[in-house]
Design a protein around this ligand. Structure first.
Ligand code: SF4
Length: 116
């Protein structure tokens, strides 16, 4: 049973063994790149958000934002499926989305510089 669960969690991508978290991170990275953004340079925060997205997808069938409350109304909650309806405005205004998954490049560089 345990082996089966592990097998289900792991996908093979060439030489790399992919977990659902890896797949979610790859998806988020590709989306960020497409938009001219980057992912949070703080790996710890990034991993937490990615894990939250995977957990919500497994539990509720959609990758609901891990930083917002679901209403329980499926139609209304489409607003908080990542990327949520507010992320563009948040990134433009604050430099990052509410969960701090996506960052404007300048905001990410500034934050990384402050940590050094
Ligand atoms: S706040 Fe960020 S992580 Fe959360 S749903 Fe919106 S884009 Fe995704």
């Amino acid at each position: 049973m345990r082996l089966r669960v592990q097998r289900d969690l792991l996908r093979h991508d060439g030489a790399r063994t992919m977990t659902e978290e890896d797949e979610m991170r790859d998806w988020a990275e590709a989306y960020a790149k497409e938009q001219g953004w980057v992912l949070n340079p703080d790996k710890k925060v990034l991993d937490t958000v990615i894990r939250g997205l995977v957990r919500n997808r497994k539990k509720f069938g959609e990758q609901y934002c891990p930083c917002r409350l679901r209403s329980g109304d499926k139609e209304k909650d489409t607003e908080i499926i990542c990327p949520c309806i507010w992320h563009r405005d948040e990134i433009a205004g604050d430099g990052h989305c509410h969960c701090r998954l996506y960052y404007r490049k300048d905001a990410a560089e500034k934050e990384a510089g402050e940590e050094e």
